[in-house]
Design a protein around this ligand. Sequence first.
Ligand SMILES: [Zn+2]
Length: 402
Amino acid sequence: MARATYVAGVTVFDGHRLRRRQGVLIEDERIEWVGPHVRAPRESRGARSVDGAGRTLSPGLVDCHVHLNFDGGADFAGEAAGMDVALATIKATANARRHLANGVTTVRDLGGLGTCALAGAIEQGVVPGPRLVAAGRALTVTGGHGHNVAFAREVDGADDVRRAVREEIKAGATAIKVVATGGVLTPGIGATFTAFTPSEIGAAVDEAHKWGRGVAAHAIGGEGVGHAVRAGVDSVEHCVQLTPAVARMMRDQGTFRGPTLCAAFGMLEHPAEVPDYAIEKIRSVIDDAERSQAVSLRAGVRHVCSTDAGTPFNPHGGAPRELARLVSWGMRPLDAMVVGTSSGAELLRVPDIGVIDVGALADLVLYDANPVDDIDALQSPRTVWKGGEVVGGRAPGVRSAG
Ligand SMILES: [Zn+2]
């Protein structure tokens, strides 16, 4: 058995709220004890001690929308053009590590090649990486958003959508992605175009849920957002055009919203490098995105951290930036921390992560400052643990207690 680790006198953000002057005992891959440091258990004495004074311990961050096949260069379509399964898998393996280094211990890939195999390899310890929920290939209509990239498959009609869901699950997918509208990064299709019909999305949701898989819908236009929400998807990614009525429906049903602000600003801040068609489209919807953020916060829609990493100027490991963006668009920092941890864990259906609690997996990040006081503290994690092992951070801060 590996030696235990005890984090002493630390402020704990437990996935829901803050507690001061706590102690957290890690044994093997799980949290063995958590409580007031003054009542530290006997077992903490023989453990490796980590000084938590003045520092904050959080569950590892959960990024609910990444594309591990892509590096985040300026020309997404160009990067896609040269991609085969082998290169895609190699890129995914390299990009996965970047999440760990930034305190992100679980991610969901929403469209990728080789990602289901990578998820297994990470779980078996073959390569380092965050816990990986993989959608395999995304489902899009013929000629729809993503038809030009290998990680999406074209499918039409409710029966074929149902078959495609089964095939992705057979190939190892642990989530399902449907592309409900047009998109910014595919040339020749409007961003707000309504793609799948309600019956096609309904078939995907029904089939995926039968297999215990969550469904993420890419949706930018208001009609497509409405179709996805009414069909009962688990999260709406981008969710740019949102009416108060649909927002209330999301709140009542518990549909999560992943605004992907890193993707939007990655493009908006690099207009000279990103292809013109993408810049034009993102500029045409950014005001709607900001309005919908306000509408959803007012309605009480639950959010998740979705970076869409791999898109232009949106490198992997950006969950801390996404949470800071959400705060700059009106979310309270404490709420952003809930979004980045326990909410993501709930959406992804990964048990025992996203919280600091006895019996939970020891996926933890130690920060020098308190992210609830300053959300930018997330950008320099001191120590990152996954399953009780130090996997990232700039200083382990672990010393032997003898
Ligand atoms: Zn995406």
